[in-house]
Design a protein around this ligand. Sequence first.
Ligand code: HEC
Length: 111
Amino acid sequence: MKKITFTTIYFLLLSLTASVLMQCRSHSDAASGKEIYKRYCVTCHGIHGDLKTNGARDLNYSVLSLEERILVITEGRNVMTPFKSILSPSQIRAVAEFTLGFKTKADGSGN
Ligand code: HEC
């Protein structure tokens, strides 16, 4: 019986550690959305999302949802490069979430 208790506690601790580690990871991914943007997106979209190099859309006026942005970033669209081989899915989500912040010039409809 003693052995079973030990094993149970061992696996409990193990899964606890794993979930804490995973939370840290997703947290740092979210925090790096801005860093990813600065590194991969400013060349075309500019630091404020309004550069429009190579016909890039002004992200301040984008009405795309988070999921639609993730799709555009993952698969690319016309001139825009696909990022699926460059960024991980969680990095793509983080940078997509960051672009949702470019709404300063939007009409306030919340889209
Ligand atoms: C090579 C230049 C280039 C780079 C680099 C680039 N984009 Fe784009 N992006 C474009 C172009 C061009 C479009 C418009 C595509 C079209 O014509 O359909 C666009 C469109 C978008 C859209 C859709 C906007 C809308 O409302 O339709 C999003 C979101 C977006 N880009 C985000 C990003 C993010 C985030 C990154 C960095 C990970 C990035 N882009 C990097 C050129 C670029």
